[in-house]
Write a protein that binds this ligand. Sequence first.
Ligand code: NAD
Ligand code: GLY
Length: 395
Amino acid sequence: MTASPAPHVDSLADSRADSRAESLAESLAVDLGARSYDILVGDDLLAGAGARIAPLARTGHVVVVTDANVAPLHLDRLMASLAAAGLRADAITLPAGEATKSLTHLDGLIDRILGLGVERATLLVALGGGVIGDIVGFAAAVTLRGMDFVQIPTTLLAQVDSSVGGKTGINCRHGKNLIGAFHQPRLVLADMDVLETLPERELLAGYAEVAKYGLIDDPDLFAWLEVNGPALCQGGGNARPLRRQAVVASCRAKARVVAEDELETGRRALLNLGHTFGHALEAECAYDGRLLHGEAVAIGMVMAFDLSVRLGLCPAADADRARAHLAAVGLPTDIRALRRDDWTAERLMAHMGKDKKVLEGRLTFILARGIGQSFITREVAADDLRTFLEETLTA
Ligand code: NAD
Ligand code: GLY
């Protein structure tokens, strides 16, 4: 990973609560002027989270929101750390899973937050994966016209992608993430320890988003992942330092793009490599757990490369390389493994037509000229897309 400069070492010398491991956390800045914030990546960060969070908790009151899987594993450590830092903390536990990103759950969440007698200056803390980060971030954006929040991502996907950049939101019957707001967190704490309890399938789904950064514009990162990705995903041995390196590289890549284009008027759309196809597949699978978001992104990225090859934009060898690496770590890469008999090109295109990136009726695609050479285009003709999807579904 020669492309990425070495991160500076964070040293909060005056924070006695920090363990030695935590004092070696790597700190990356998301540079957004007055709304800039730090991403800390390290070991045992939950233990010292209270000391990190206390300066942001203006009222001394914090509301932690987590999910029913994460609560028994990690909530006590966070609550103890908040108490040790002198903070009054309440906890709210939501059901786990994508279905929680709904208006019904948002309504219930805001009702419970307001029921705790919060002020606008009360701090919300999202302890969980992308589902919790997205719904808590959106609740923070709209409750009392905007509360501050902190992200403590507990999945690899959330650590490398969803906790950074301020996209918050929920799903509705028209599609995924169609109700939301840009609302940046005040701090992101990515603790390597919490990944130890993550099911392997979820870890792999998060890995798809790591590979995404390599495929977008960092061929050195992709080459590093080709060597180290299998060990990173399998666990044991040196998986932990590899995961940490991957999280740091991913957060650095995301922080750079977000600083350039916070509201996705241009370059940030590159982060959606594989998502136009992936979101359509997720919608067809009804978010019922058959296809995780990261798995959909893995298949979608392979489809984006295949479409690029079909349009004469990308060497077939690069698409083969992308597919081979994702398959080597155990990610799905083939739509046919999911296909139901009633799936058609028109049906998938109807989902794509609801994408937030549709502009003047034209779909936005992230295509590639090669590994690490992705670009944004609105020039894919509907007929070419239909033919590509028909062939992909029946190949
Ligand atoms: P998730 O939040 O549903 O977490 C996956 C599963 O892992 C859940 O069952 C959860 O309870 C469990 N879990 C979480 N942490 C755990 C841990 N440490 N140990 C054991 N189990 C744990 O899903 P996700 O993959 O983290 O996030 C997917 C969501 O993120 C999607 O809704 C997607 O749209 C969203 N997303 C948002 C952005 C953004 O920029 N806001 C970017 C990418 C994805
Ligand atoms: N996950 C895409 C983005 O944050 O822009």
